[in-house]
Design a protein around this ligand. Structure first.
Ligand SMILES: [Ca+2]
Ligand SMILES: [Ca+2]
Length: 108
C-alpha cells in the first residue's frame, strides 16, 4: 500500500518529521510545494492548519488509521472506485440538504 497523505517528505512513512513539516506549514514558517500541500492537507479542506497537524500526530500515535481526506479524495493516481463515488455523492447530498435546511430567523 502506498503512503501518500500525511507523508509530506515522501519517504514512504508518516512520522514525526512529517508532523513537524505540517506544523511549519500551518504556522507559516515554511512554504509547501503544491504536492506537499496536498499531502499535508489530511482533512481535505484545502488548507494546512493545526487541525491537519493534529490528525497527522494522531495517525503517528495509532489513534487513527486513515485520514478524512482519503474518504473524499483518493491519492493522485488512484482510480475512483464505485464505492468511493457513491460515498462522495452521499456526502454531497447530505451537504446540500443541510444547506437548504437553514433555520429561518425572523428579523425585527
Ligand atoms: Ca514521511
Ligand atoms: Ca486541512
Amino acid at each position: 500500500m502506498t503512503v501518500y497523505y500525511g507523508d509530506i517528505n515522501a519517504d514512504g512513512v508518516v512520522d514525526m518529521g512529517d508532523a513537524l513539516l505540517a506544523e511549519g506549514f500551518a504556522l507559516g514558517i515554511q512554504t509547501p510545494t503544491a504536492d506537499q500541500k496536498r499531502r499535508a492537507d489530511v482533512n481535505g479542506d484545502g488548507q494546512v492548519t493545526g487541525a491537519d497537524v493534529q490528525l497527522i500526530q494522531q495517525y503517528i500515535m495509532g489513534m487513527i488509521t486513515q485520514f478524512p481526506v482519503e474518504l473524499i479524495q483518493p491519492p493522485p493516481g488512484t482510480s475512483w472506485s464505485p464505492l468511493i463515488i457513491l460515498g462522495g455523492l452521499t456526502l454531497a447530498m447530505v451537504a446540500l440538504s443541510r444547506g437548504s435546511r437553514k433555520p429561518q430567523k425572523s428579523r425585527h
